[in-house]
Design a protein around this ligand. Structure first.
Ligand code: HEC
Ligand code: HEC
Length: 301
């Protein structure tokens, strides 16, 4: 009698574990492709376990996301006008590409998301202002920064959000020939009218991002934002650097901000002696964008 109970229990346990493993396997199958870059597609126990843990974390993250983030970023990360920016796919295809191109962040996109979610953005970023701004701030979520979520919960949300990158991969980061920092490459003829639209952020650069110029440059004479007003820049560009034409000077200002730093105001320079104007803006624009911006600035006599 006792041995029968024992056998029954044993069978039950075996059945239970077997079903569990099958269910686990089924549950993680769709994940396999998506995260294969991180943990491989092997079927060893470790890999299966890793994927199962990550899968479970993403499920938790999905619930936490719906409860805490969807109101501002949309259920699928599509963004909510006036509340929060599009995360899926713009964060992966446009904004993080821009962040990397301008050397603003050394880590991976996952590090970028983790830091943003944990710390929030209590001060609106220049990038958000360029998008037209949002009345509310991105809240702080990590307990380490005084927010409501544990480090594990933040990690769960990050795993869920970064999962969109696989779909974004299908959209592909926009592929274009960047103007870069080479000031000798021949440019196409510039269109000043389109340059004005680029500056006003009515049309986008080839990278899909807005030209950031107006966040730092006013067009009102004498008004200093972070950089000098660009009113009259075409005239002073003729004499800024001996031997450079106005066109050459303006072009170099955009592609190599540190080649000549405008001396008029101490805050144009960072404490490390570098220009406050970021290097790498040329990586966000095609030759045509650059030519158009130069043509426009040359009209500001
Ligand atoms: C009250 C609205 C609001 C809520 C709720 C909110 N966000 Fe945000 N989020 C924003 C705003 C506004 C920004 C842009 C902030 C900035 O750059 O200054 C932002 C930015 C971000 C970014 C960076 C996007 C980029 O391209 O740089 C990520 C990632 C993000 N939020 C994720 C989340 C997650 C995950 C949650 C939930 C835990 C969440 N947000 C909840 C409003 C919100
Ligand atoms: C983060 C702020 C910032 C952004 C964004 C920025 N600049 Fe600048 N810019 C500056 C600062 C500060 C200076 C002065 C220091 C220097 O010469 O590098 C400057 C200088 C210049 C000058 C030289 C002006 C003069 O009087 O000689 C030009 C031209 C210029 N920027 C064009 C642009 C254009 C075009 C863009 C967009 C593609 C842009 N800037 C984006 C901050 C910025």
């Amino acid at each position: 009698m006792q041995s029968k109970i024992f056998l029954g229990t044993l069978l039950f346990i075996i059945l239970f574990v077997a079903t569990g493993v099958v269910l686990l396997n089924e549950g993680i199958l769709p994940e396999q492709q998506e995260i294969s870059g991180q943990s491989g597609t092997g079927t060893g126990r470790m890999q299966i376990e890793q994927r199962a843990i990550l899968g479970g974390s993403k499920e938790q993250g999905a619930l936490l996301y719906l409860g805490n983030c969807a109101s501002c970023h949309g259920r699928s990360g599509e963004g909510v006008p006036g509340k929060g920016p599009t995360l899926n796919p713009d964060l992966f295809t446009i904004h993080f590409v821009q962040v990397q191109a301008t050397g603003g962040f050394g880590g991976t996109v996952k590090d970028f998301i983790r830091l943003t979610v944990a710390a929030g953005r209590p001060i609106e970023s220049a990038w958000a202002i360029e998008q037209g701004g949002y009345p509310e701030r991105m809240p702080t979520w990590g307990q380490a920064y005084g927010g409501p979520l544990t480090a594990q919960q933040v990690e769960d949300i990050v795993n869920f959000v970064v999962g969109w990158q696989a779909d974004a991969g299908a959209v592909q980061a926009i592929d274009f020939d960047a103007a870069g920092s080479d000031v000798n490459k021949e440019l196409p003829a510039g269109d000043a009218a389109r340059g004005e639209q680029l500056f006003a952020q009515q049309v986008k650069q080839a990278s899909g991002s807005n030209a950031s110029c107006k966040a730092c440059h006013s067009l009102q004479p004498g008004e200093i934002l972070t950089g000098p007003s660009l009113a009259g820049v075409a005239t002073r560009a003729e004499t800024r650097v001996a031997g450079e034409t106005a066109e050459q000077y303006i072009r170099q200002s955009i592609q190599q901000p540190n080649a000549f730093i405008v001396p008029d105001d101490p805050k144009f320079k960072q404490t490390n002696g570098q220009s406050t104007m970021p290097e790498g803006l040329g990586n966000l624009m095609a030759d045509q964008d650059l030519a158009d911006l130069i043509a426009y600035l040359l009209t500001l006599k």
